[in-house]
Design a protein. Sequence first.
Length: 181
Amino acid sequence: MCIETRILPLPFFFFFFVFISLGLYPYSIHAKEGLTGKGSYQKEFKERLKKLMEPSGYFYDAGGKPDPFRPFLQTATRRAEPVPTKKQGAKKKQCGAALECMDVGQLTLVGIVMTGQKASIAVAQDSAGFGYMLRVGDRIGLHGGRVTKILPDRVIVTEKVEDIQGSLVPRKRVLLLHPEE
C-alpha cells in the first residue's frame, strides 16, 4: 500500500492565509460569531470590497514644505575659481602659473631641500609626472592658496574657501612627504 503525498504550491498557502486573515473564508474566525450563512458571508464580502475600492479623500499639499529629495546643504556645481585679490577687484583672473590652475590635492610632495626657513624649497609632482618647485609665498591651488611653511616632512598651504554662510575663511592643507607613515 503506497501513501501518496501531494505538495501544494506556495501561492495556494499564500492566498489561503490572506483569505483567512481578511475573513473572506467562510470557516474563519467570523464563523464563531454566527455569520456562517452564505448570504451573510457574501454580504460582508461585498461590503468590505466596496470599502476597499472607494477612492481615498486624502490630498497632499506640498506648499511651504521642503522637497525631501533635495539635499539640505546646496553644493556648488560650478568649478571653483581663484579668489581675486585686492588689486584685481572683482575681475576674473586667468591662471598665471600652472600651479594656480590645479587643486592642491592633485599634487604629490616628492622632496624638500632645507637651507633655512625662508630659503627652503619643496618639489611637488602632479599626476602627469611634471615637477614643480615650491617656495614660501608661492601661489598654489584653485582657491587662491599660498605656501605658508615648508617643514622637513611637510608643506603647509593656506587657502581661502567659502564656508556654508558664504564667507571666506582660511583653510590649511598639508602636503606630506611620506603620507603612508
